[in-house]
Design a protein around this ligand. Structure first.
Ligand code: PLP
Length: 452
C-alpha cells in the first residue's frame, strides 16, 4: 500500500533523478506529444497534496512552482476536491453562452464583487488565460471603436493569435507565425515605456485617439517577476484617462491573492477598466475570466461567447478558491512571502555578481542571476534536491508556491535554494555540464525555456 503523502517527509528523493519510471515515461511522451512543449526539467508527477508532489517513482518534491503559479490552494485541497466532486455529480456541462447556468451568474457576481474596480462590473468567463486576454482585446476594440493596442516588452499574455501578438517576452513565440495582429505597439516596461508612449508612439507613429487599450501585467510574470517603479501604474492610469484609452490589467499570474492582496494592482491603488484572471483563481481547473466596468461592457448578444467557458465543475472550484483565499490564504501569502524574501535577500551579498537581485511581492518572488545559464543550472540543482522552481525572463528563477505554504516549508525552500546556488557557485562547470547532459538526453529544453 502506498504511504499517504502527508506522512512522507518533504522533500524525499528515493531514486536517482529522473527515476526509471520517469525516464520510460518521458520516452513515451516524446513519441506522441507536440514537440512545441517546452519542458523545463524531468518531473513526472503522480499525485499532490498541499505543497508536496510525488512523482511516478515515489520521489517527493517541495513544489515552489505550483504548475506555473496555478495551484493557489495547494494540490488537491480537500475543500476544492469536495466542491468539484459535488458539482460533477450534479451537472458537468450546459453551455453557459447559450443557456442560463446558475453557477455561471453566481461566479460572475463573485468575481465582480472581488474586482479592484469601484462601481458595478460585469464578467465574461472562459477556459484559460489566453481566452481572457482575447475577450479583453475584443471588448476594448468593440467598445472604443478603435483598433490599436499598446503592450510592454517582456510581457507574456498567452499563445493564441491575438494574445501572442501582445506577448513580447521571447521572439521565438512569434517565429513563423506572422503576420501578427496589426496595430500592436510594444514599449519598454516601466517609466521608460511611458515616455516612449507619449514621445514616440503618440507623436510619431499613431495618434493617441486611435488606441483602444493598454494592456499591462502589474508585475511581469514570464518576463522575470519584474516589479515596476512605484509611480508607473498610477501614471499609466492617468495617461489612459487623458486619452480615453482603456487600461487592461492582466492578472492571470499576479492575481488571485498571490502577492498578498487579491490583485497585484491594488498595491498601487490603481483601478483598471478591464481585469483578466485565470491560473490561481480556479486552483488548477481550466477557467479564466474577463471582468470589465459595466459602462465598458457595451457589446450585445452574439458578440462573444464560448461553448465550455464557465464550465460548472471549474466554477465550483473557482467559488471554493475565492472562499479559501479570503479565508486566510491571501494573508498567508503576505507573511510567508516576507519570510522567503528575507531568507533569500542575503544571497545577493553572499554570491556577489552571481545573484543580482531578489525581488517580488508576496509569493511572487524572482531571483535574478548573472546569466540564463546560471539560472538554469540553479533550477536543475534545486530539482536534484527536491525543490521545484521555474526559470523566468532571460536570467531569473521564479518562486510561486501554493498559497498554503507553511513556515517550515518556506524555511526548507530557502535552505535548499541557497544550497543550489552554492553548488553552482562552487562548481559552475559541473553544474552547467549537468544541464547539458539533461538537454542531450532530451530530458530538458536548452536555455531559459519556461513559458507562461
Ligand atoms: C500574465 C499572463 N497572461 C496570460 C497567460 C496565458 O494563460 P494561459 O496559458 O492559461 O492561456 C499567462 C500564462 O502564463 C500569463 O502569465
Amino acid at each position: 500500500m502506498t504511504t499517504p503523502l502527508q506522512a512522507r517527509p518533504v522533500p524525499d528523493i528515493v531514486t536517482a533523478l529522473p527515476g526509471p519510471k520517469a525516464r520510460a515515461h518521458i520516452e513515451f511522451d516524446h513519441a506522441w506529444t507536440s514537440p512545441s512543449l517546452p519542458r523545463a526539467y524531468p518531473i513526472v508527477p503522480a499525485r499532490g497534496l498541499g505543497c508536496r508532489i510525488e512523482d511516478i517513482d515515489g520521489n517527493v518534491f517541495l513544489d515552489f512552482a505550483a504548475g506555473i503559479a496555478v495551484n493557489s490552494t495547494g494540490h488537491s485541497h480537500p475543500a476544492v476536491v469536495a466542491a468539484i466532486q459535488a458539482q460533477a455529480a450534479e451537472l458537468q456541462h450546459f453551455s453557459a453562452s447559450d443557456f442560463y447556468l446558475p453557477i455561471y451568474a453566481t461566479a460572475a457576481a463573485e468575481l465582480a464583487r472581488i474586482a479592484p474596480m469601484r462601481g458595478k462590473s460585469r464578467v465574461f468567463i472562459g477556459n484559460s488565460g489566453a481566452e481572457a486576454v482575447e475577450a479583453g482585446l475584443k471588448l476594448a476594440r468593440y467598445h472604443t471603436k478603435r483598433q490599436n493596442v499598446i503592450a510592454f516588452l517582456g510581457a507574456f499574455h498567452g499563445r493564441t493569435m491575438g494574445a501572442v501578438s501582445l506577448t513580447a517576452s521571447k521572439a521565438k513565440y512569434h517565429a513563423h507565425f506572422g503576420p501578427m495582429l496589426p496595430g500592436v505597439y510594444h514599449v519598454p516596461y516601466g517609466m521608460a515605456g511611458l515616455d516612449e508612449i507619449e514621445n514616440r508612439v503618440f507623436k510619431r507613429l499613431m495618434p493617441a485617439d486611435e488606441f483602444a487599450a493598454i494592456i499591462v501585467e502589474p508585475i511581469q510574470g514570464e518576463g522575470g517577476y519584474v516589479v515596476p517603479e512605484p509611480e508607473f501604474l498610477p501614471r499609466l492610469r492617468e495617461l489612459c484617462d487623458r486619452h480615453g484609452i482603456l487600461l487592461i490589467a492582466d492578472e492571470v499570474q499576479s492575481g488571485a491573492g498571490r502577492t498578498g492582496k487579491m490583485w497585484a494592482i491594488q498595491h498601487w491603488d490603481v483601478e483598471p477598466d478591464i481585469l483578466l484572471t485565470a491560473k490561481g483563481i480556479g486552483s488548477g481547473m481550466p477557467v479564466g475570466a474577463m471582468i470589465a466596468r459595466d459602462e465598458v461592457m457595451t457589446w450585445g448578444p452574439g458578440a462573444h461567447g464560448s461553448t465550455y467557458g464557465g464550465n460548472p465543475v471549474a466554477l465550483a472550484a473557482l467559488l471554493e478558491t475565492i472562499k479559501l483565499l479570503e479565508g486566510g490564504l491571501i494573508a498567508n501569502a503576505g507573511v510567508r512571502g516576507r519570510e522567503i524574501m528575507d531568507g533569500l535577500k542575503p544571497l545577493v551579498d553572499r554570491f556577489p555578481g552571481l545573484v543580482r537581485d531578489v525581488r517580488g511581492k508576496g509569493l511572487m518572488i524572482g531571483i535574478e542571476f548573472d546569466s540564463g545559464e546560471t539560472a538554469e543550472a540553479v533550477q536543475m540543482q534545486a530539482f536534484d534536491r527536491g525543490l521545484l522552481v521555474l526559470e523566468a525572463g532571460d536570467d531569473c528563477v521564479r518562486m510561486s508556491p501554493p498559497l498554503v505554504v507553511s513556515e517550515s516549508e518556506a524555511a526548507t525552500a530557502v535552505r535548499l535554494f541557497a544550497e543550489s546556488v552554492e553548488a553552482v557557485a562552487v562548481n559552475r562547470r559541473h553544474a552547467a555540464a549537468e544541464v547539458a547532459e539533461e538537454v542531450a538526453e532530451g530530458l530538458a529544453a536548452p536555455g531559459v525555456e519556461a513559458a507562461g
